[in-house]
Design a protein around this ligand. Structure first.
Ligand code: QAP
Ligand code: CO
Length: 168
């Protein structure tokens, strides 16, 4: 397994729409492992392939305290189960150092394929629901900062651009 390099906002490659996975081959299995390793290494609870500049519809999450419950979602789909929304603080490995409040549907039905190509369904609430919606947004080129005010997003952009330049 390997730790992958993560794209940092406002990198335009984060705006790429990821493609459906048609065959779950060894390359996809290796990618799933690498995404998990990269997520754990970054102390994250979720990571999408988009963030590693791989534009395929796969994401990983682990919202457990022990960090021993990895979930791999291939070609995920969600259905919002009710009108209710919940506000929570979100961060992103592609937006390091920033955490902001975002409102999202609180209860969702997730359908995805696992690494065996089998379809599975989970009803998610709480942190799992937030994390899966956040990661699925990445597959569609969306980032949580898109939900913030223009002023907040511009401030974050400016600070991260400055850090990226120093880091060269
Ligand atoms: C998405 O994000 C998420 O800024 C996953 O310095 C986040 O794992 C869903 C991280 C919160 C729901 C709630 C961010 C690590 C990790 C940082 C992450 C940082 C170090 C973010
Ligand atoms: Co993110």
């Amino acid at each position: 397994m390997a730790v992958l390099k993560i794209l940092i906002f406002p990198d335009q490659r984060l705006r790429t729409i990821a493609k459906e996975i048609l065959v779950i081959d060894d390359e996809i299995k290796a990618l799933a492992g690498n995404l998990l390793e990269t997520m754990y290494e970054g102390k994250g609870i979720g990571l999408s392939a988009t963030q590693a500049n791989i534009h395929k519809r796969i994401l990983v999450v682990d919202v457990s305290d022990e960090k021993d419950s990895p979930l791999i979602l291939i070609n995920p789909k969600i259905e919002v189960l009710n009108e209710e929304e919940e506000v929570s603080s979100e961060g992103c490995l592609s937006v390091p150092g920033f955490f902001e409040e975002v409102s999202r549907p609180s209860e969702i039905n997730i359908t995805a394929l696992n690494l065996e190509g089998e379809k599975f369904t989970i009803v998610a609430t709480g942190l799992l629901a937030v994390a899966v919606q956040h990661e699925m947004d990445h597959l569609d080129g969306k980032i949580f900062v898109d939900f913030l005010s223009n002023l907040k997003r511009q401030r974050i952009k400016k600070k991260l651009l400055k850090i990226s330049k120093v880091a060269v």
